[in-house]
Design a protein around this ligand. Structure first.
Ligand code: SF4
Ligand code: SF4
Length: 421
């Protein structure tokens, strides 16, 4: 596709990357059928090809986008199904990321939208604040009807969360090989048992899991909101913590695939920055997803449960890791069932389920119907966002909890209602 950027515009490395990808798009439309919002809405502007045209017009003009453009770009899940489908190698994140940053700096959103985004950026990224908000949401449940639209949705979601004490797994010293654990954000408040299961799994394989002191959220939540400066601030905090720890670390781990996908791609945030890009590259090179660190093992205590495995988009389209968790679960004695339409997003997508609740709900219902079709005892996934979004019916757990249980660890909390095994 032809582009019309000026030389001055192309001096910006982010725009130069975007332009390269705009030129690579031949408008074949192969990606449209794999785009969840196009599948639901059937509107070209809610598919990747239409969005790419809108992004090009917006970026070339350098002007504020129209409300229509923002409406259709906001509906993109960043699931990256289109990147997987594209035969021309269009790297869609290089477009949507720069487009979101442009919207953030050039478009005046309504105050309610700004308030909601501020809350997401400043509360959900901090475990203690998130925990307080969930607790307040529970206490104030009878008054939720007074809140406006999406704030009400957020309050109801918060009230439904099960919150416990915030904790990190104790360092399990079982070997000389050390892995640094990024603490992350809401998972610490909602499901600290995931990192505890991972610590035990790694200990059995001779690794010590060491919490990375001083690091926090990975920054993907604010990155997807177009808040680039905040995303960089979180990234710098993680990089500095890693460097301070003077890690003879084998790897850096974060146990949610949405976060590991973001961290592996971290250097793109610092395109054209001679100080931080090399440091981001060194850090990102150490990041490993959970499925890359755990080797398959026979089960000490096989539990013959039927597991519907939900592959998060960040794993299959972001990290492009296919089949690894299924192999681990099968080796541990579980009967793993593939879910129909497994390539389609469940609607969680970071803060999407708060910002676009109607579409997120339709995608959730569709995903749960596909899961029900394989009649599972339990759903397993690898990302806290998907786990929370799909919870409420069939028990759902992180893959690590099932593997740990099979290797002699405790039964996952969510499975206590299952009498069998
Ligand atoms: S499949 Fe690739 S080249 Fe074809 S329209 Fe989609 S992004 Fe463009
Ligand atoms: S990232 Fe997902 S929702 Fe966005 S255009 Fe691509 S396929 Fe569609």
């Amino acid at each position: 596709m032809r582009t019309n950027f000026s030389l001055a515009q192309l001096a910006d490395r982010h725009l130069a990357d975007a332009e390269k990808n705009l030129r690579a798009c031949v408008h074949c439309g192969i990606c449209t059928a794999t785009c969840p919002t196009y599948v639901l809405l059937g509107d070209e502007r809610d598919g990747p090809r239409g969005r790419i045209v809108m992004m090009q017009n917006m970026l070339e003009s350098r002007e504020a986008p129209t409300p229509q453009t923002v409406h259709h770009l906001d509906r993109c899940l960043s699931c990256l199904g289109c990147r997987t489908a594209c035969p021309s190698g269009v790297d869609y994140p290089r477009l949507i990321d720069v487009a979101r940053a442009h919207v953030e700096t050039h478009y005046a959103r309504p105050w309610s939208d700004r308030a909601l985004r501020w809350l997401i950026a400043h509360v959900l990224t901090q475990p203690a604040r998130a925990r307080t908000m969930f607790t307040l949401a529970k206490i104030s449940a009878p008054l939720h009807f007074l809140l406006p639209g999406r704030l009400r949705v957020m309050a109801r979601k918060g009230a439904a969360m099960k919150v416990g004490p915030i904790s990190s797994p104790a360092e399990v010293s079982s070997g000389t090989k050390r892995i640094a654990l990024m603490p992350g954000c809401v998972q610490k408040a909602l499901a600290p048992e995931i990192d505890e299961a991972v610590a035990r799994l790694l200990a059995r394989r001779g690794f010590s899991l060491v919490p990375l002191e001083g690091a926090g959220c990975c920054g993907s939540l604010v990155h997807h909101l177009g808040r680039e400066d905040e995303a960089k601030a979180w990234a710098i905090r993680a990089i500095e913590s890693f460097e301070r720890a003077d890690g003879d670390f084998e790897a850096v781990l974060i146990t949610a695939t949405g976060c590991s996908s973001h961290l592996k791609d971290l250097a793109h945030l610092f395109a054209g920055d001679p100080k931080w890009k090399p440091r981001a590259l060194r850090f990102a090179a150490k990041v490993k997803d959970f499925s890359e660190l755990i080797s398959p093992r026979g089960a000490e205590n096989p539990h013959r449960l039927r597991v519907a495995y939900h592959a998060p988009c960040s794993l299959q389209h972001g990290l492009r890791i296919l089949g690894a968790n299924e192999k681990l679960l099968t080796a541990a004695g579980f009967d793993v069932a593939a879910i129909p339409e497994g390539h389609l997003c469940c609607g969680s997508a970071g803060s999407y389920s708060i910002l676009q609740p109607e579409l997120a709900d339709v995608l959730r219902t569709r995903k749960l119907a596909n899961i029900a079709a394989v009649e599972p005892d339990v759903i397993a996934t690898a990302n806290i966002g998907c786990l929370e979004h799909l919870s409420g019916g069939t028990p759902i757990v992180h893959v690590a909890e099932l593997l740990d249980w099979a290797e002699g660890g405790p039964k996952p909390l969510a499975l206590h209602q299952i009498a069998r095994n």
